[in-house]
Design a protein around this ligand. Sequence first.
Ligand SMILES: NC(=O)c1ccc[n+]([C@@H]2O[C@H](COP(=O)([O-])OP(=O)(O)OC[C@H]3O[C@@H](n4cnc5c(N)ncnc54)[C@H](O)[C@@H]3O)[C@@H](O)[C@H]2O)c1
Length: 328
Amino acid sequence: MLSLKGHRVLITGGLGFIGSNLAHKCLQLGAQVTIFDCLDPRSGGNLFNIHDIRGSVELVHQDIQDFSSVCQHICDKTIIFNCAASTSHPFSMREPWIDLDVNSRGVVNLLEAIRRFNRQCCFIHLGTSTQLGKLQTSIADEKHPEFPTDIYSANKCVSEKYVLIYAKSYGINTSVIRLSNVFGPRASIHSADFTFNNYFVGLAFQNKDITVYGQGEQIRNVIYVDDAVAAIIMAAQNAKANGETFFAVGDEHFSVAQIAEATVKHIGSGRVKYIEWPKSRKAIEVGNAFISNKKIKEYLEWKPMDTLESGLLKTKAFYEKSLQEYLR
Ligand SMILES: NC(=O)c1ccc[n+]([C@@H]2O[C@H](COP(=O)([O-])OP(=O)(O)OC[C@H]3O[C@@H](n4cnc5c(N)ncnc54)[C@H](O)[C@@H]3O)[C@@H](O)[C@H]2O)c1
């Protein structure tokens, strides 16, 4: 990754899992970092995520739904990474209006602020592989049609389109990185509402049962957070990313059962238990997800550096020192 010296970076959602890891990396690369986050109690934000860099970043406790505040903080930045989102699939089904307000309207606020006050900046937005819904081809790439099965993923689809419209219509330098099952340090590991593999890590650390629905045969793609962060930064540093959408997903594909078993093995405790599918989960389940990372490899020369095993070992080392901060 190239240096970010001289860059003024805004990270919305910078107290969350991916945003805080991104903040650490941007600082390491020499950027001046501002975190813009409302610490939404329904998301994975955690002040502890930045305890070690608190003195080196500016923290703005604000909401992306507040347009004037967004305008105020966007205008002098060179790169804006949008990691703010209402991130729970089940919550989006229970409270669709909240999801709509944050994940769609909030993104329009950011784009409109950029259009009015800072067209020179680079804007990187995060999408999700679940935008695709049930795959129609055995392996999916960025051209695969989108049929999301939950409200969160639907709003992620539409917000991605807003980003691409602003790129095309106003020449704003943007790209979208779609992620899938990111795991690692600084994640929300105490709630089944967020990424399942981080929840598995939390259960294993507490020596609890990891409950897998059915036989856990559905295939998933997992990616260690440092690799996701590298993809996000590389998109901001390469003009080829402009106006493009990329899947930044790992090379490896595993069944949910394999991920659960690997978590128990590498964290060193916990048990895998197989239970019947709850109705609400079955309804939004997307089946096997084989996703290709060919495009991002070709365009940005990015490649994942960690495996499930090496990522889990690094994850273990992190939470061993700070577990209590992530279980409340
Ligand atoms: N974690 C994954 O596996 C994964 C997979 C696919 C896509 N993504 C996307 O990556 C991005 C970051 O996800 P994450 O896992 O870090 O989530 P997270 O829940 O850990 O972090 C989200 C952050 O956004 C903040 N936030 C929520 N609403 C806000 C608002 N209205 N204004 C300002 N801040 C707000 C929260 O306080 C939190 O700190 C999201 O766009 C998510 O959809 C994540």
